[in-house]
Ligand binder design. Sequence first.
Ligand code: ZN
Length: 204
Amino acid sequence: MNYPSKLIEDAVNEISKLPGIGKKTALRLALHLLKREEEHTRSLSDALVAMRTQTQFCRQCHNIADEELCNICKSAKRDSSLVCVVVDTRDVLAIENTSQYNGLYHVLGGIISPLEGIGPADLHIESLVRRIADAPSDEPVREVILALSPTMEGDTTAFYLQKKLRPSGVKVSTIARGVPVGGDLEYADEVTLGRSIVSRVAYD
Ligand code: ZN
């Protein structure tokens, strides 16, 4: 592609590194920014840099947070006796959107996958075991809900977690299989996902 300026070319190259954005779209976005107030571009870049440098991970559940504890862990309205185990932040958002769940989360940061060389030690599993063991006696964790995709990796991870959690005596359940087999959690519609968390079943 020919560009009228090296500055535009640089901007297009950077924008087109984002997933799903080709050179043409990137050029359209760059030209759009040029047409608008300079202030608009400045606030966009400020927001991106702030997001990248100030975002952290919740020290309790590993969800994305603005402070040491995420908004969900901090909230007094949430039921701290329930912990829902998910793969990543997108799953937290998917379940939050159902408005059917009022407990806390634990974000694993991935899923056990021997093919991709991801083992239990690469995930936030030890911190989950510790979290349950260290819960204050007046606020114990009563139930761990495994909300993992019904894929081979999801099943392997669920099996491993349930084995690791057994000594703690905590009840372990798994979301009902309203979620299509082999499907990804984040693509399940809200009604299906909401129903599957309400009608979860004991893990055996
Ligand atoms: Zn948290």
